[in-house]
Every structure is written in structure tokens, then in C-alpha cells.
Design a protein around this ligand. Structure first.
Ligand code: PLP
Length: 440
């Protein structure tokens, strides 16, 4: 078993080791081939930012199970809360009945989101379901049909969420017809535009104005649905003024501004919600991933005058499950106590150390992020900014073999989304491994 004083990473077998190999063979025989396994990691246990595989190898986890395990793997307080709740009640359906964990969490989340006491919460099991709920609520509340999302955005894989997703065609290919009356606009990318942040925002907002002037009447648009920072699409931080100006445009036309904070929310960027960095108060906010530190839970939060749907119009059997709700309550406590601050501080340190690598490695085109949501975009040539997807994939593989778990995002970006408990030493170790991988 994992020992707290062992140094991590510790790779003791060829990868995959014999036990991992056997499991992977069995898994691949029976599970869906749609899953994308980047490297042969078969997990036995997790503690904090450390993953132990079946063969006893120890890895430093900079994926957090895709930005989910906010408080680290198996945080003792989260585990204790879940164990205590498991003895009381596993399920009763918050759609039909009342139980304290759901009411407690709703009260807590309502208070966290700007708007405070006037907020209401609808619970789901996943990010895609939160987006579905926001999509449906926006249409119902406004009685308008169109929704505008953004190229590069990822909102999930159910039919409604997939209609909004515009990250990679493989995610949509063969699934049409999707939900109609969805359009996409450019998301501002300062690195790619080569323009100033303001001019990059100007361009994107002008293209949205064109959509509204030429093809989609503004008074038929229910919502803009946007990630504060694009996640799956490449960890793209928009210019500081973009979201505020988008929200102003929305308000001018009675359009709702929906923030998909499924990946960026719950403390990851150093603030509870990434929208706070941009000075916007979303009309509807979508949450999932980090909210319950690994238990399946999602939510949307909106002011009560917006969340005005009648009984029976939307519900979910498992949404707001008691185990997930107590895990979320403890997660929020831990975020407020010190993890959000650690995300800001250690995130700034990680960003600085990664930026310091750039002069040594021409493959590094851009390093960007907020808190512990950091992306390193690899390019073949800094002048042309030609993406380097094969090189990115090779770096991810090399890091795995040296004991650092990373994932990609976008065309050729490395994604750093560790649990929010990581230490400076762990961040420094990750950067050292990355440097080795880039150098070899
Ligand atoms: N929205 C965003 C911003 C996401 O990053 C994701 C998942 O990566 C989703 C929605 C979908 O979440 P889930 O996979 O829980 O359905």
C-alpha cells in the first residue's frame, strides 16, 4: 500500500506491469471501444495527488480524474462524510422527497453563487445533464428557441449538450440530427489571433453581432452558453474584457448568459467560480466535476426569477444523491478553508515554472491558465504556430513512463488540472518531469 513518506513518482515495473496488463486486456474485451485511453494506467488507489497502480507503481496525478478530484483522491474528511451518510440513507430521490443533504447543499450553493439568497439549485448527476438543464431552462424561461455557443466549446455528449459542443468532429460525427436552432461563434484566442486582448474580443463580439443582424434575430435567442475558460478545447483563457462585454450584449437583447463552469468552477482557478475573474454574474451557472470530489453530481444555479419552471417540467431520479451531496458539502468546506487559496498560489507557481521552461524548448508555443487550470500549447514552429499534436501525444506518453499523469486538450495542448491539494514540491517535480520529456 501507499506509504506517505515514499517519494513520488516511483516506477518499479515496466509499464504496464503484469497486473495492469491483465486488467486492461479484460477491460478492453468487455467495455465500449468509444473510450479514449491515452496510456495503460490501471488504478488501485489514490491519496491526495498520488495514484497507485495495480502493480504498486506510484504516479503524480496532474489529471485529477479529468479535473474532478478537487480535494485530492480520497480526502479523509470527504470519505468520512460519505461513510457516515452511507449508514443513514443511500437514496430516496430528491425529486420526489426531502432529505437534509440535498437541502443543505442547495442552501450552501445558492449562497456561494452571486445573487445569494435569491438563487435556486437544480441537481443532476453529470456535467452534460447540468448543461441539458440549463439549455431547457433557458428555452422555457425566455420562450425563445435559439442558443448560441462557441467553437472549441465542450459541453457534454447527450444530444442537447452535444448540439452545443463544438470541440472535435469525432464527438458529433454520425449523431445528427442534433437539437436544432443552435449556432456557434468564435471564442477569443489571443495566442492564435496575434492581436491585442481587446482587439481579439472586438473581433469575436463583432462576429456575434453579425449573426444577430443577419441570421438569428436577437429577440429569438434564449441564451449564450459559454465556458469562462475553454477546457477540452485547449485551456484557452479569453481576454479580461470578453465575458463582461458578452454579458452586456446578452442583457441588451434579453438573452440569458449561461456559464458552463463544469470544468473551471469549484475553486480550480483560485476563485470559487471562474466567472469571478471576469467580473460577470451569470444568469445560469452549470457545475459538476469538482463539486463532489469524485462522486457523481452536477447542478445548475440561477436566480429564482429565472428558475421559474413548474413542477414536473424537469427532474432526475439520482440527481442530488445524498452521498454525493455530503461529499459536496465537505468539498465546499475544504475549498473555503484553504484549497482555493492553494489553487491560486500553487497555480501561480506552476504557471511561472512552466513559463520558465519556454526559452529552453522551442516546442512550447504558449503557457496560460488561471489557478490550477493550466495549459501548455505545443507548436512545431513558433513563427507559424503550427500545432504539434504528435509531439504533444509523445510528451504525454513519456511523462506517464516517468510517473507523471497528464492529459491533452485542444489540438496540441498539455492540460495541467491536478487536485487542488498539490504542493509546490509536487508542482516542481511535475515541471522537472515535463522538461525531461520535452528534452528527450
Ligand atoms: N462542460 C464542460 C465545460 C466540460 O468540461 C465537461 C466535461 O468534460 C462537460 C460539460 C460534460 O461533463 P460530463 O462528462 O460530466 O457529462
Amino acid at each position: 500500500m501507499m506509504n506517505a513518506i515514499e517519494s513520488v513518482p516511483a516506477i518499479r515495473t515496466p509499464l504496464p506491469g503484469p497486473l495492469a496488463k491483465a486488467l486492461i486486456e479484460r477491460d478492453e474485451r468487455f467495455t465500449s471501444p468509444s473510450y479514449t485511453r491515452e496510456y495503460p494506467l490501471a488504478v488501485k488507489a489514490g491519496r491526495g495527488a498520488v495514484i497507485e497502480d495495480l502493480d504498486g507503481n506510484l504516479f503524480l496525478d496532474f489529471t485529477a480524474g479529468i479535473a474532478v478530484c478537487a480535494t485530492g483522491h480520497c480526502h479523509p474528511r470527504v470519505v468520512a462524510a460519505v461513510k457516515e451518510q452511507a449508514d443513514l440513507l443511500l437514496h430516496m430521490s430528491g425529486t420526489d422527497f426531502y432529505y437534509p443533504p440535498q437541502a443543505n447543499l442547495a442552501e450552501r450553493l445558492a449562497g456561494l453563487v452571486p445573487g445569494g439568497r435569491n438563487n435556486r439549485v437544480f441537481f443532476t448527476n453529470s456535467g452534460a445533464e447540468a448543461v441539458e438543464a440549463a439549455f431547457k431552462l433557458a428555452r422555457l424561461h425566455t420562450r425563445r428557441k435559439f442558443v448560441i455557443a462557441f467553437f472549441g466549446g465542450f459541453h457534454g455528449r447527450t444530444m442537447g449538450a452535444l448540439s452545443l459542443t463544438a470541440s472535435k468532429t469525432v464527438q458529433r460525427s454520425g449523431f445528427a440530427p442534433l437539437v436544432p436552432m443552435v449556432a456557434h461563434a468564435d471564442f477569443p484566442n489571443v495566442y492564435r489571433s496575434g492581436l491585442s486582448p481587446e482587439a481579439t474580443s472586438d473581433e469575436c463580439l463583432a462576429s456575434i453581432e453579425t449573426l444577430l443582424a443577419r441570421t438569428i434575430p436577437a429577440d429569438e435567442v434564449a441564451a449564450f452558453i459559454v465556458e469562462p475558460i475553454q477546457g477540452e478545447g485547449g485551456y484557452i483563457v479569453p481576454p479580461p474584457d470578453f465575458h463582461r462585454r458578452l454579458k452586456e450584449l446578452a442583457s441588451r437583447h434579453g438573452i440569458l448568459y449561461v456559464a458552463d463552469e463544469v470544468q473551471a468552477g469549484m475553486g480550480r482557478t483560485g476563485k470559487m467560480f471562474a466567472s469571478e475573474h471576469f467580473g460577470v454574474e451569470p444568469d445560469i451557472i452549470c457545475l459538476a466535476k469538482g463539486i463532489a470530489s469524485g462522486l457523481p453530481l452536477g447542478a445548475i444555479v440561477a436566480r429564482e426569477e429565472i428558475m421559474d419552471w413548474p413542477p414536473g417540467s424537469h427532474a432526475s431520479t439520482f440527481g442530488g444523491n445524498p452521498l454525493a451531496c455530503v461529499a459536496a458539502l465537505e468539498t465546499v468546506n475544504l475549498l473555503e478553508e484553504d484549497l482555493m487559496k492553494n489553487a491560486a498560489d500553487t497555480g501561480a507557481f506552476l504557471l511561472q515554472e512552466l513559463r520558465a521552461l519556454a526559452p529552453r524548448f522551442p516546442l512550447i508555443g504558449d503557457v496560460r491558465g488561471l489557478g490550477l487550470m493550466v495549459g501548455v500549447e505545443l507548436v512545431r514552429d513558433r513563427a507559424t504556430k503550427e500545432p504539434a499534436p504528435q509531439e504533444r501525444d509523445a510528451v504525454v506518453q513519456r511523462c506517464f513512463h516517468q510517473g507523471l499523469l497528464l492529459l491533452g486538450c485542444g489540438k496540441s495542448t498539455l492540460r495541467f488540472c491536478p487536485p487542488l491539494v498539490i504542493t509546490r514540491e509536487q508542482a516542481a517535480t511535475a515541471v522537472k518531469i515535463l522538461a525531461n520529456a520535452l528534452g528527450s
